[in-house]
Design a protein around this ligand. Structure first.
Ligand code: HEM
Length: 430
């Protein structure tokens, strides 16, 4: 079984690109990971596989990959047996795909001329590209939820629902669209090649026909976080470095305190979540055009950091600690309405969250405005003690709110990782 360190450390993209610079990587890996083939990887000696099994699910503290395909499913059957059967089949296929294999051996071409292929084929020849597949269970799987207030306990698991798994409340200044919110099961597919991530979600959806249907899905690019110490800090669609003060895989004590569910968090019936975490997903559209008309000083005051280096205002280095006491002309240099100040642990009873979101641009909105923003993903030990109070504070006071429209929202319970032979959801259903 893989330990936590081995989940942390797939060959980082930077390392791959560094190798490219050293002339070790050929073809599509240079500059753009997409299309980096299995044979290119083999030639370069790259093992682009993140272990599927381990104490934790991969895709949480794993070095954030560049691309995302996130899907939320409604369970459309009332049959517990059918659901369990699909989860078992999903587990096998998911593990295979994270190794760069087809969903079944020779599934794309080998089943004969008169059978629909068991693998859709678009990842044939591509490397695993650090694919991780992370599963989560939404409140609607256990009974009534915002998605369906009349839902009953179809699978006899209501008593196993942890208290921390409930619908997120409404927040100020959001316009939640139910058709792209909520869901019974989520799969987060992250990879350094978008085609690999899309292939994984597409094939799981295809295998789930009759048991689940896709409720909504979201593509993302340009990770907006750094989750390990050796990753550079990327930039979000506002052009600012994002992820500087994030929790990193190496911060094991902080992860235990703020991210991983402890045995003491739940009664015996919900112990299946021990070692797991909760995933918050929020599609936050950005008002790109008004933001682009804001001057640099205003942008920096809204964030509370410089745009170039990403340093806290009043400091010079990206990783300098923010000093909220410095004033200029009698007013705090890091404004009271700035995002960094309001999201900082000092302003949130010491609470922290692990951010792992992605940029998105879904074309334009029919009025000539970019439909772009941040697909915010965060992992935390209890969202109602961490994400929710933080979000309430941000949505009421954060100057950035003027430029944001959160329009999708969901919460999922993400169980711990799988031991050899286990399947997704096994400890919830057995
Ligand atoms: C489109 C929406 C958002 C944008 C553009 C954004 C951008 C940023 C930026 C640029 C930083 C500073 C660099 C860093 O430390 O990562 C930051 C920090 C942070 N953000 Fe956001 N953010 C957004 C939404 C959120 C939301 C919804 C939350 C949680 C409710 C959140 C929580 C945090 C936290 C905890 C920090 C670190 C604060 C610190 O300890 O210094 N952000 N964000």
């Amino acid at each position: 079984m893989a330990d936590r360190e081995s989940q942390v450390g797939p060959v980082s993209r930077r390392a791959v690109l560094g190798a490219a610079g050293a002339g070790l990587v050929v073809g599509g890996a240079v500059g753009a990971f997409g299309g980096y083939s299995a044979s290119d990887a083999a030639e370069a000696g790259d093992d682009l596989t993140v272990p599927f099994r381990g104490d934790r699910q991969a895709g949480i503290v794993t070095a954030a990959q560049d691309r995302l395909h996130f899907a939320s499913f409604d369970v459309i059957t009332d049959s517990r047996d059918d659901l369990i059967d699909m989860l078992k089949r999903w587990t096998t296929a998911a593990e295979r795909m994270t190794r760069g294999q087809e969903t079944v051996d020779d599934g794309a071409l080998g089943l004969g001329d008169y059978t629909p292929p068991a693998d859709t084929g678009e990842a044939l020849g591509l490397s695993p590209a650090h694919l991780t597949l992370t599963i989560g269970f939404g409140p609607g799987l256990f009974g009534p939820s915002l998605a369906d207030p009349n839902r009953r306990d179809r699978f006899g698991i209501a008593s196993r629902k942890p208290a921390a798994l409930a619908d997120l409340p409404a927040f100020a200044a959001e316009k939640i669209e139910p058709s792209r919110s909520y869901g019974d099961i989520c799969i987060q597919a992250c990879a350094d090649d978008p085609q690999v991530a899309v292939h994984a979600i597409r094939n799981l959806a295809r295998m789930g026909v009759g048991v689940v249907s896709v409720r909504w899905s979201q593509l993302g690019f340009g990770r907006t976080s750094a989750t390990t110490r050796n990753q550079d800090t990327p930039r979000n669609m506002f052009g600012f470095k994002d992820g500087t003060a994030n929790i990193r895989a190496e911060d094991t004590g902080t992860l235990d305190e703020h991210v991983w569910v402890a045995a003491s968090d739940n009664p015996p019936a919900a112990q299946w979540m021990t070692g797991g975490t909760y995933l918050v997903a929020r599609r936050i559209r950005m008002d790109i055009e008004p933001w682009d008309r804001a001057n640099l000083l205003e942008q920096e005051n809204i964030i509370g950091r410089t745009k170039g280096e990403g340093a806290p205002l009043g400091q010079t280095g990206e990783f300098d600690d923010p000093d909220f006491q410095i004033t200029s002309g009698g007013a705090p240099l890091i404004p009271k309405t700035s995002h960094v100040r309001l999201a900082h642990p000092d302003q949130n009873n010491g609470v922290q969250i692990l951010r792992r979101g992605y940029n998105f641009t879904d074309g334009s909105d029919g009025f000539g405005h970019l439909d772009a923003g941040l697909f915010f993903i965060a992992f935390n030990r209890d969202s109602f003690k961490q994400f929710v109070p933080m979000q309430h504070q941000l949505s009421r006071k954060d100057a950035m709110t003027e430029y944001l429209i959160p329009n999708a929202s969901a919460l999922f319970a993400v169980p711990p990782g799988l031991k050899d032979g286990e399947w997704w959801g096994q400890h919830l259903f057995t």
